[in-house]
Design a protein around this ligand. Structure first.
Ligand code: SF4
Ligand code: SF4
Length: 164
């Protein structure tokens, strides 16, 4: 089967901060062109080229899970132990729409015995789905993002910076 491509998505080009560009999280990158993609694709920052969301990597996720369609970016953390659901704060409830909420809660329930957690990120705020249903609001877990020139900050599993 052919490898997936981002196509017209670009959702991570809004949600993720890119230090090399001094681009803050949750604002569109100045190089993203709707319907076309990255205008500087051949020379995009290394972190951009290294990042791939879970939809891009896992063909078990159908087309309705493409981030620009579902409204969030899935990315694994801690070697797959964490499922991070990165929402656009402009659509904080996108994960609650069918079929997403039921599937995400199913993952939280089924993965709990193996230590897996499903975390819903709305900017700096984190909700942890409980295996038996419901969720815990963990508050503003991420500190505000600060940018410093030539100071790249990477997190495991992500080539770019999430709003930490
Ligand atoms: S969110 Fe995923 S599919 Fe969309 S542009 Fe980023 S890597 Fe590609
Ligand atoms: S430079 Fe990076 S963040 Fe900006 S549009 Fe290109 S791939 Fe997206």
């Amino acid at each position: 089967m052919a490898e997936r491509e981002c196509g017209a998505c670009g959702q991570c080009c809004k949600l993720i901060g890119v230090r090399e560009l001094e681009k803050a999280p949750h604002v569109w990158c100045r190089y993203f062109r709707r319907g076309k993609g990255c205008e500087v694709y051949a020379v995009r920052p290394a972190g951009c080229g290294e990042f791939a969301c879970d939809w891009l990597l896992d063909e078990r996720l159908g087309d309705d899970w493409r981030p620009d369609r579902c409204g969030f970016v899935l990315h694994a953390g801690e070697g797959g132990r964490m499922v991070n659901v990165e929402l656009d704060p402009a659509q904080p409830n996108a994960w609650r729409r069918a079929p997403y909420e039921a599937v995400l809660r199913g993952w939280a329930a089924e993965g709990a015995s193996e230590g897996m957690e499903v975390l819903i990120w709305i900017g700096r705020r984190c909700l942890r789905l409980l295996p038996g249903g419901g969720e815990v609001d963990q508050g503003l877990v991420r500190p505000a993002m600060e940018f410093a020139a030539h100071d790249r900050l990477r997190r495991p599993g992500s080539g770019r910076d999430w709003p930490i």
